[in-house]
Design a protein around this ligand. Structure first.
Ligand SMILES: NC(=O)c1ccc[n+]([C@@H]2O[C@H](COP(=O)([O-])OP(=O)(O)OC[C@H]3O[C@@H](n4cnc5c(N)ncnc54)[C@H](OP(=O)(O)O)[C@@H]3O)[C@@H](O)[C@H]2O)c1
Length: 256
């Protein structure tokens, strides 16, 4: 497969690197320094957008929303049967279709974890035939886990999975600070917190079950953990996290 990546910024670079074992990647970027970087990192560079379009079958649009309109206008009438994959936040399939006059579209909402090929990625399809969808799933699963969702759930997904890593980082930092308060160095406390979160996620993913079932396995009657759980509940931890996601999702709706 040949994939053209338009925009070699945070997302374009991360996707290009995650996809490089699965596809031949050609980059088009307006910033000369980033073009050189892409070349150094082993990718082909197309100086002209038209060259990229002519030489690839799949095109990943990874520019900021403010630049996407110009790029989509420039793609108008040139896409033929090519598949355009957009990671542009907030730009609906209908708007992309209107601008580039193609319906062979895939809309993605990735998160930053694509940098380590463990992204959580929402996808919604335009008129993309089944065979192409299968190819897409095979190739893009190199970037992480794909979830096909209804487009109206993209804002909520953006809050849960797009912003989600920031909430997890905040939680890890809070655990680390608690460790520092008790006498650990920040580095060691962060490492302990990180391994605890990582191991708990692996346990839940591998062994399954409801998270609360595992809480009861850790929090023995009259033990130490239940004291901490009581504090979390008294301070409204569950409601706080739910409200955090709800407000983030509302903001995503307004921004986009
Ligand atoms: N970053 C995230 O965590 C994240 C998560 C989900 C979705 N997204 C979406 O991903 C898209 C890219 O975000 P990003 O953070 O990767 O942005 P970014 O780092 O700014 O990368 C975009 C790159 O595209 C270049 N560019 C601008 N106009 C171009 C054009 N006409 N042709 C070719 N290249 C062009 C920019 O160059 P200049 O810098 O010189 O303008 C920049 O290097 C956005 O639409 C965003 O909504 C990002």
């Amino acid at each position: 497969m040949k994939i053209g990546v338009i925009g070699y910024g945070n997302m374009g670079e991360a996707f290009a690197k995650a996809l490089k074992d699965m596809a031949e990647v050609l980059v088009h970027e307006i910033d000369e320094d980033k073009n050189h970087k892409a070349l150094r990192e082993g990718f082909g560079v197309a100086k002209e957008l038209d060259f990229l379009v002519e030489n690839t079958q799949w095109i990943l649009l990874a520019v900021k929303p403010k630049d996407a309109v110009d790029v989509l206008n420039a793609l108008k009438g040139k896409l033929e049967d090519k598949i355009l994959i957009s990671v542009v936040a907030g730009m609906k399939l209908s708007s992309i279709q209107e601008l580039c006059e193609s319906s062979k579209l895939i809309r993605l909402m990735p998160n930053i974890n694509v940098l380590v090929r463990r992204a959580v990625i929402a996808c919604a399809f335009g008129e993309v035939e089944n065979e192409k969808r299968e190819t897409f799933f095979n190739v893009f699963s190199a970037c992480g886990n794909l979830y096909e969702i209804k487009e109206e759930l993209f804002d909520l997904f953006t809050a849960l999975a797009g912003s989600g890593p920031a909430f997890v980082f905040k939680f890890i930092h809070a655990l680390a600070l608690a460790g520092v308060r008790g006498g650990f160095s920040y580095e060691m406390a962060k490492s302990i917190a990180l391994d605890t979160v990582l191991g708990s996620c692996q346990l839940l993913k591998s062994l399954g079950g409801h998270p609360e079932e595992w809480v009861t396995k850790v929090a023995s009657p009259g033990g130490t953990t239940i004291e901490g759980i009581k504090t979390l509940e008294e301070k409204g931890f569950t409601g706080l996290v739910m409200e955090c996601v709800e407000r983030t999702s509302e903001k995503a709706k307004i921004l986009l």
